[in-house]
Design a protein around this ligand. Structure first.
Ligand code: G6P
Length: 594
């Protein structure tokens, strides 16, 4: 959701800014721009991808600069709306990520005071407010400007006459990459991995001055020390490593993501240790909160926790979270977010905190906001995920949720061992599906011809179907819907045609017979049915057109394997259609606006 970068040091800023912006492009990619400071500010911006901008934009000089890749919120995609934005004098340049909620009022007031605006963005008011308050001290002016602003922001400011960058954060991510006689600023650590693995994560309310050899941060007027941390990812982790797309690379990294996340620390869970005991904080239920793909992981988690732990468990889409639906202190709230920055999820967790509920975060990003607002954190170990469509982070979220459920469950030793043994076979079984890639690719290419598709599943496979449909629509732009297989006859049957493929997820669990019934009912209406079925399932092939064989596994773990097969289907359908797989139209990987 917009990526911002900054550089101060001894090198030319432009190439570093452009390189860093390309690493952040997954956050937004409708337009981009940079500004550098020599004797005066020079700016260059345009609509389109950073890669084209990097090729075509004029050389601009300076050893300090800022840059931005945009995902439009206020104002359409035009060069004027691209960041950076300048004040009236052209001496102050601002890049911003977030949403200024009171921008219209500020803009009206500033206009009355004589300020002239060149864009439709909320961001531009920040540049004008800084101009209004500027009396030689840039940080002071930024500080005063931001007191007038309500909303969320990560801001980097570059101004004529100042060799430093001024940075500020409120609910939108901002990190400082610490170098030697140079420093970097970015929305996330991936941007400066080429240059440094030393990072400082800013916190809400922080305002900082970043110069080539010093970083000073204040919060509420007081100087604060933010510890430097080493990023656990390498540059290679954030490169394509010979794959055509990041998404394909990330699909192939899933065996490793499971293995590594299996080794992750599952925290000591306070409420569960007192489950059933006399206590004021007795756990009554668990609520999982998430958005998008993470929400689907939550739905599967609900099923697994419910089955293994017998604790009432609910899942809420974070943007639909209503603080009134939690029992004070007795609902244990678990937020799932690969980025750790999704505004809706963070807001729901803050509500839960304010109501005294114990909170846990599951995230893939060290230092992300979710790690600061939850009591305990489980880090999935996927490495950086660059493709906008989540793949390996989803599989790692499942790994974390299953590990948590097994840790919480009061199973006898034999049952616990049996689940753990099955769990450990998953990386090699996922690998078997990847080894069968070419066959699935062929079915994906066939899928590319359709305009609509349905994914159906029952029980634990229903959220898996939802994830399959989401992957297909996100990257191939084929309209895809997921249905609980038993529900498809209540309406969607009217849409079934011979060119409407149905992808049916049919593990050998207690829903299998009912699934076969649904498949027969669907088939009788003409569509092609592609079944995802266990490798030794001889029965299903007589009722469907295509069977994708899935290695045999305890059905509880089938979501891992079925998901990987569906990711490949979606990937090859999208590739056949010539889609921009890693950067789908209108989507962003990290959604930091409500
Ligand atoms: C965006 C991404 C999705 C992701 C969702 C939630 O929409 O494109 O891939 O699932 O945000 O993100 P989170 O970081 O909270 O998991």
């Amino acid at each position: 959701m917009c990526g911002i970068v900054g550089y101060v040091g001894y090198r030319e800023a432009q190439p570093i800014l452009l390189e860093s912006l390309q690493r952040l492009e997954y956050r937004g990619y409708d337009s981009c721009g940079i500004a550098t400071l020599n004797d005066s500010l020079t700016m260059s911006k345009d609509v389109g991808r950073v890669v084209d901008f990097a090729k075509n934009s004029p050389k601009i000089h300076g050893k300090a600069g800022i840059g931005h890749t945009r995902w439009a919120t206020h104002g359409t995609v035009t060069s004027a709306n691209a960041h950076p934005h300048l004040d009236c004098t052209g001496n102050i340049a601002v890049v911003h990520n977030g949403v200024i909620e009171n921008f219209q009022k500020l803009r009206d007031d500033l206009t009355k005071e004589g300020h002239r605006f060149n864009s439709d963005t909320d961001t531009e008011v920040i540049a004008h407010l800084i101009e209004k308050y500027y009396q030689g001290d840039l940080k002071e002016a930024v500080s005063k400007a931001l007191t007038e602003v309500t909303g969320t922001y990560a801001v980097v400011v570059l101004a004529k006459g100042h060799k430093d960058l001024v940075v500020a954060r409120q609910e939108s991510p901002l990190v400082i990459g610490v170098g030697d006689k140079e420093n970097f600023v970015a929305s996330d650590v991936a941007a400066s991995l080429d240059y440094t693995d030393r990072t400082i994560y800013l916190e809400d309310g922080d305002i900082g001055i970043v110069s080539p050899d010093s970083i000073t941060i204040t919060n509420n007027g007081q100087t604060v020390k933010r510890e430097e941390q080493i990023v656990p990812w390498s540059v290679e982790d954030a490169q394509k490593a010979g794959y055509e797309h990041f998404m394909l690379k990330e699909i192939h990294e899933q065996p490793k993501a499971i293995e590594n996340t299996l080794r992750a620390q599952i925290p000591f869970i306070k409420p569960l240790t007192i489950l059933g005991a006399e206590s004021e904080k007795r756990l009554e239920d668990i609520m999982l909160i998430a958005c998008g793909t993470s929400y689907h992981a939550g739905l599967i988690g609900e099923y697994v926790i419910g089955k293994l732990c017998r604790v009432p468990t609910r899942v809420k889409i974070a943007s639909e979270f209503d603080p009134n639906c939690i029992a004070l202190e007795k609902t244990w709230v678990l937020g799932i977010s690969q980025s750790g920055e999704t505004t809706d999820t963070l807001r729901a967790l803050k509500h839960a905190n304010s109501r005294g509920c114990p909170t846990i975060g599951i995230t893939n990003v060290q230092g992300s906001s979710i790690t600061r607002i939850t009591e305990q954190v489980i880090f999935t170990q996927s490495g950086p995920e660059i493709g906008v469509a989540a793949t390996k982070t989803f599989i790692a979220q499942l790994t974390a949720l299953y590990s948590l459920a097994l840790k919480m469950a009061q199973l006898d030793v034999k049952a616990q061992e049996s689940y753990q043994t099955e769990f450990k076979t998953l990386p090699s079984k996922v690998q078997q599906i990847l080894d069968n890639e070419e066959q699935i690719a062929e079915y994906g290419r066939q899928l590319a011809k359709c305009d609509n598709a349905f994914f159906v599943g029952r029980g634990i496979s229903y959220p898996v179907a939802m994830e399959g449909a989401l992957k297909l629509k996100e990257i191939s732009y084929i309209h895809a819907e997921a249905y609980a297989a038993g529900e498809i006859k209540h309406g969607p049957f009217a849409l079934l045609r011979s060119n409407t493929p149905i992808i049916a997820i049919a593990p050998r669990d207690n829903t299998y017979d009912a699934m076969l019934t649904s498949i027969k009912e669907i088939k009788a209406r003409g569509p092609q049915v592609i079944a995802l079925a266990q490798e030794d399932d001889e029965e299903i092939q007589q009722f469907v057109d295509i069977v994708i064989r899935i290695p045999k596994v305890d059905p509880l773990f089938s979501p891992f394997l079925n998901t990987v097969a569906m990711q490949l289907l979606a990937y090859y359908a999208a590739k056949e259609r010539g889609c921009a797989i890693d950067l789908p139209v209108n989507l962003a990987k990290s959604v930091t606006v409500p």
